[in-house]
Write a protein that binds this ligand. Structure first.
Ligand SMILES: CC(=O)SCCNC(=O)CCNC(=O)[C@H](O)C(C)(C)COP(=O)(O)OP(=O)(O)OC[C@H]1O[C@@H](n2cnc3c(N)ncnc32)[C@H](O)[C@@H]1OP(=O)(O)O
Length: 407
């Protein structure tokens, strides 16, 4: 790391310098409402800085939140705000920050896993984070797709308003849906304010955010949040609807919300950047190619306490397998582990038995949410299946993992 450089916990007084650092590295200005909301969610006691004689040259923070994993909701360290000053790059600061941070999470013993979004996919696998959930970004030509096989007119009604005004319904629905949606993060009031932040200077000419709640006969059953960007061209109206989030407790609601979003007058395109890889919308329209879907990586998962993490999720089918895992950064995870369980729960303990499958902690992180197949990792030569006892099917889940926000 170099002479005089030290890692230390962040202090309240560091916040402006950390915002400046993040501004430099992400090429943006962190000011005004955004800065206030960053301060509100910032956990100073979980913030780590690289201090070069009083200059904050590097930073990383862990947020205390929950994450839905297959069959369970677990505490998960949400890693964010990682940056190293351009003047200090490639001298090992990130490496030092990551090692120290993982050590601290492991020592605290509260969170069996850590999760992050990577600015570049190449950065985090070396620290044991595996690409565990992808996203499908939609760029929809909405006038060129039709919802197929329309059922009888749905019984529900749509109610429009500001997201903040409808938040009581929206947050309840989010919690209801997230219980079964792997990759969704818990949101307390602070995180809702953060997620719904909407300063005018970040709208790029679009409107403020709107929300719509779908009410069924027994109460609210789903919501959508979106904004629109006005555009006209020589053909006439050409507005873009930008969908932020859609959550529905049943297929009728999901369909009603998408029918609403795809049909907004004067629009010619609809974008949705946080779709799931198995987003049901693909199976609702007559011409899915016009949805313009592109896949990219989303959540990276790091197993911090391997046995707690593996025992903390459920498995799609019965599993009884010995995994041999290598973890150079957290050696307590290294070794052979017997995982026994299924759809009702699991146990995981150290064993001396011969291994059925050998892999790195990064690959196990990639497979953890059920979105990256161990068989595909084996086909890539990353995972070694050593016996016929193959846990691939058990590690899968009934829906693909997805993410609802970039934190
Ligand atoms: C969760 C989040 O917040 S994601 C956001 C991450 N931050 C950013 O992208 C902001 C812009 N970039 C930066 O601030 C810095 O370049 C960082 C934080 C990505 C890297 O910090 P550095 O201190 O330069 O990393 P460090 O010197 O520890 O590098 C460790 C290794 O990772 C590699 N590495 C670092 N950054 C990158 C990258 N962007 N792409 C590919 N490899 C990388 C280095 O080459 C090095 O490899 P080596 O061990 O084989 O030599």
């Amino acid at each position: 790391m170099g002479d005089g450089m030290r890692l230390r916990p962040g202090r309240i007084g560091d916040f402006p310098a950390i915002c400046d650092l993040l501004g430099y590295v992400f090429h943006e200005e962190i000011a005004g409402e955004v800065k206030e909301l960053e301060a509100e969610v910032w956990e100073v006691e979980r913030s780590l800085v690289a201090d070069d004689h009083g200059v904050i040259a590097g930073h990383a923070v862990a947020y205390s939140r929950e994450l839905t994993v297959p069959g369970a909701v677990l505490p998960a360290a949400h890693i964010s705000c990682v940056g190293v000053l351009p003047t200090h790059r490639r001298r090992g600061l990130l490496t030092a920050l990551m090692h120290r941070q993982l050590g601290e999470i492991a020592e605290a013993g509260r969170e069996p896993i850590a999760v992050l979004w990577a600015s570049e996919s190449a950065i985090y696998p070396r620290f044991g984070y595996g690409p565990a959930a992808a996203r499908l970004k939609f760029d929809i030509l909405n006038r060129e797709v039709r919802l197929t096989a329309p059922p009888a007119e749905p019984a529900g009604r749509l109610r429009m308003g500001d997201p903040a005004t409808l938040l009581t319904d929206i947050s309840k629905l989010y919690d209801q849906v997230r219980a079964d949606r792997v990759g969704w993060s818990g949101r307390d009031d602070r995180w809702w304010r953060y997620v719904l932040r909407d300063p005018k200077d970040l709208r790029d000419g679009a409107t403020k955010r709107y929300a719509v709640v779908h009410d069924g006969p027994d109460g609210p059953t789903g919501y959508a949040i979106w904004r629109a960007k006005e555009r006209w061209n020589h053909h006439g109206p050409d507005a873009e609807v930008q969908v932020r989030e859609v959550a529905a407790v049943d297929p009728e609601t999901y369909r009603a919300l998408w029918r609403f979003l795809l049909g907004i007058d004067l629009s010619r395109s609809v974008t949705y950047t946080l779709g799931a890889v198995d987003e049901p919308l693909q199976y609702l329209v007559d011409e899915p190619r016009r949805l313009g879907g592109t896949v990219s990586d989303a959540l990276f998962i790091r197993l911090v306490d391997l046995p707690a993490a593996l025992a903390g999720r459920r498995y799609r089918t019965a599993v009884d397998v010995v995994l041999e895992v290598d973890d150079p950064i957290l050696p307590a995870n290294t070794g052979r582990w017997r995982l026994t369980g299924g759809p009702e729960g699991a146990t995981c303990s150290r064993t001396g038995e011969p291994a059925d499958l050998a892999c790195s902690v990064t690959d196990l992180g990639a497979a953890y949410l059920g979105g990256t197949s161990l068989a595909a990792l084996a086909a890539a030569g990353r995972v070694r299946q050593l016996t016929a006892n193959d846990p691939n099917a058990a590690f899968g889940w009934h829906r693909a993992p997805s993410a609802t926000e970039v934190f």
